[in-house]
Write a protein of this length. Structure first.
Length: 319
């Protein structure tokens, strides 16, 4: 392990709390990004909006990777580790999962609302994160202790309670299923990005790998629709530009936090930020928030506090 992940191998209390705050901020960013992506998707289409968002993000992190000497060294390490099979091939495909999440935002936020979208996403994310931590997908295996499994179950219960009483009545099953799958895939994206960061030791090449994979995947989707490239005004749309910046921040933070704290702990803290921000956004958007949404968030908060205070499962490096 090298770079940021190595520096945090034995975090102080201050660093640990800082990591929790960062994870909460990732959740807030995800809710804001979901809202902005859904809004722009209504104008340009989900795949067109995702193409612009990932394209702008790729230009940003790609430029960073080229300009920075340390980032170039990190990119070289990724290639070397792939050739030597020290880095699994699936770790560099994280962008495909990110592309699915962005498409899901454009398609499912409108029928579900931001809050219920976040709750359904959490259910898939928590289950996937628990399994991925158990097998050491992020590079460090964390055994599924009672506290970790119970906290994940409590978070899923909160997601179910919140989603059942969605602000638009019974949520469409297809949308819920899509978001559940997206949540599980997002957990894998965090683990894969953590693996890539452990190899590169730098955030820029890690983010570049993620954005390039997502951009290629979305590009193929855009070509398959036959609609052509997005209009020029989409590339200067402030909603999509803001979404790109939020995406860069999120993948950078997720890569570091998943490598250090594990996928499940990251998922729980991120979920809390995502749910609270989602309810605030839906409230300002004029959507009525049912009592089940508040109860679901309370259960999620309980899971987060329990994990933060009680859970101390040791992480073991995975080759």
């Amino acid at each position: 392990m090298s770079g940021l992940a190595e520096q945090w191998s034995a975090p102080s209390t201050g660093v640990r709390v800082g990591g929790w705050i960062a994870a909460l901020s990732v959740g807030v960013a995800a809710s804001v990004q979901s809202f902005l992506t859904a809004e722009s998707s209504q104008q340009f289409g989900a795949e067109q909006a995702a193409f612009v968002m990932l394209g702008v993000g790729l230009v940003g992190v790609g430029t960073w990777s080229i300009v920075s000497r340390q980032a170039r060294v990190g990119a070289t390490r990724i290639v070397s580790d792939l050739r030597a099979k020290r880095l699994p091939w699936w770790a560099v495909l994280s962008g495909v999962g990110g592309a699915l999440f962005i498409l899901c935002q454009g398609i499912a936020v409108e029928p579900l609302g931001v809050a219920v979208f976040g709750m359904a996403f959490l259910a898939g994310h928590a289950v996937g994160a628990t399994l991925l931590d158990a097998v050491g997908a992020s590079g460090a295996r964390r055994r599924p202790t009672f506290v970790r499994v119970a906290a994940g179950g409590l978070a899923v219960a909160g997601a179910v309670v919140g989603a059942v009483g969605g602000e638009f009545g019974a949520p469409p099953l297809w949308a819920v299923a899509l978001v559940l799958v997206s949540g599980g895939v997002a957990a894998w994206v965090g683990a894969a990005s953590a693996r890539t960061l452990r190899s590169a030791g730098r955030i820029a090449p890690t983010a570049a790998v993620n954005f390039s994979g997502g951009f290629i995947a979305i590009g193929l989707v855009v070509l398959s629709t036959g609609r052509g490239l997005p209009p020029l005004d989409a590339f200067v749309d402030p909603r999509l530009l803001a979404s790109s910046l939020l995406g860069i921040y999120s993948i950078a933070a997720v890569s570091v936090l998943a490598a250090r704290r594990g996928v499940l702990e990251l998922a729980l803290f991120t979920a809390l930020g995502q749910l609270v921000a989602g309810m605030v956004i839906d409230g300002f958007s004029g959507n009525a928030l049912p009592w089940t949404a508040a109860l679901g968030s309370a259960l999620t908060l309980s899971a987060v506090v329990w994990t933060a205070v009680v859970s101390r499962s040791a992480a073991r490096e995975v080759a």
